[in-house]
Each structure stands twice: as C-alpha cells, then as structure tokens.
Design a binder for this molecule. Structure first.
Ligand code: NI
Length: 255
C-alpha cells in the first residue's frame, strides 16, 4: 500500500473533514502516513494525531521559517517527546531562504541544534531546503548528517545536488510537483536516482498533483504521483507502490 512520508493533517485546511478523510485512506490504498510537525504547536497536534491513528506516525520538529519560537527550554520538550513510541523522525528542519525572515544565522543555528537532537535520539531527519542548496549541504556535511540519515523532503534541486545527498545515504521525497508541466529538473532527478532511494509524499494540504493542482492536497491523490514515477522509471505502478513503501519503512525504521 502507498506510504505517504510527509503530510500535514494537523493543518487547519482539514478542520472540516479530517476524521472522515483519514477514515477513508486505508480503503483507498493508503496504508501509512507520517505527519510532520512544522512548528511547536503543529508538532503537538501531530503527536496527538499519531497517537490516535494506528496507521499514522509523527515527525517532531520546527520548520526553518518558524525557528524564532525556539529556545533551549523548548529543545528539552522536543527531546522528551522524541522518545515517544509513535515518533519516527525529527522534522521538518532545515533552511528556507525564499523569505527574508528569520535571518539566516538563526535558521542555521536551529538546524544544527535539531540535527544534534536527531543524533542523540537516534532518529532520522526530515529536511526542508528551499533556495538554500549549498548552505544545507555544507551544514549537513559539517554535522556528519550521513551518520543520522533521513529524507530530503519535496526535493527541488538538480541532479548534482541529488548525487550529493544520495551519497550521504539520504532518500528523496517525491510529490505532486513531479506531475507539473514545468518540472523538468525533478523528472531528471527521478530518472537519475536509484529506485530504492525514492519515497512518496504529499506535503498536503500543499502541492496537489495535476489534475488537482492548486486545490487542497491529500494522500488520496498520490496515485497520480505513482503514475508519473512509473512512466519515468518504466516499471509498473504496483512496483512503484511496493518499492517506495519498503523504502519508507527503511527510512523511518519501522519493522
Ligand atoms: Ni512539509
């Protein structure tokens, strides 16, 4: 069954129908979901969802754009919850230079601190990196992220960068963007990367695949991404689903 490695079902976009939607996933072929925290508040909700739904796991962490709320006291809290049984990763963490704020030094500081947390708790990391290719790679190399492992979520760089992260043992998160007309670079990355390093993700409610582009995304639309991967790799859709599920279980260290 399909494994959605990156969702935000805590998002208010799901307030109206969250329960109904999550209840349908299994019968529609979605077997497992990792919900990913992006702020302290969403990390808390993520944890509640994961503890409520057996098919859901949690990544706990603070997105680079939200790092102004972090301090060492909150890091103690993050460390405590990272030890809970349904927590499978630290994330999403990283760098986002698309916006001016928070300042880069602050983002880099909390990126490093959350990499430390993952190392201490022996958890993989979910990396968010936007318009910050070189700094992300430099920090991950300095911090020996190859010893931590994890996924580059919504991978948006080219083949050269993909090679660097694959060499560090990381997985690449592939979502709705692959179905966009203007996604030549990502299609090249998917063609280049070994099949055993790709995982599926929605990043819902964002980044819905064609033909839902611009609408609220959810795991039910992942078959459109499966079809795109299948076309590029020249393998059956069932194989895409099976291999990416296996990869996701290895990534998040689930039995
Ligand atoms: Ni996300």
């Amino acid at each position: 069954m399909i494994f959605d490695t990156h969702a935000h079902y805590d998002d208010e976009a799901f307030n109206e129908d969250r329960e109904q939607l999550l209840a349908q996933l299994a019968e529609q072929g979605i077997g497992t979901v990792t919900n990913v925290g992006s702020s302290l508040a969403s990390t808390k909700t993520t944890l509640e969802l994961a503890e409520k739904y057996p098919f859901m796991y949690a990544a706990v962490g603070v997105h680079p754009s939200e790092t102004e709320e972090l301090d060492e006291i909150w890091m103690v809290w993050l460390r405590e919850i990272a030890a809970r049984p349904k927590v499978v990763a630290v994330g999403e963490i990283g760098l986002d230079y698309h916006w001016e704020e928070p300042e880069r030094e602050l983002q880099q500081h909390w990126f490093r601190r959350q990499l430390d947390l993952a190392r201490e708790e022996k958890l993989p990391v979910v990396i968010h990196s936007r318009d910050a290719a070189q700094d992300t790679l430099d920090i991950m190399k300095e911090e020996h992220a190859e010893e931590i492992g994890g996924v580059l979520h919504c991978f948006s760089y080219g083949v050269e960068m993909a090679r660097e992260y694959l060499n560090m043992g990381f997985y690449l998160g592939i979502g709705g963007v692959l179905t966009f007309n203007n996604s030549r670079k990502l299609k090249e990355v998917v063609a280049y990367a070994p099949m055993d390093r790709l995982v599926l993700e929605t990043d819902c409610p964002y980044l819905a695949p064609v033909p839902y582009r611009g609408k609220r995304n959810c795991s039910l639309y992942l078959p459109h991404v499966v079809r795109a991967v299948s076309g590029i790799k020249g393998i059956p859709e069932e194989e895409v689903i099976a291999v990416t599920e296996e990869n996701a279980r290895r990534l998040y260290r689930l039995a």
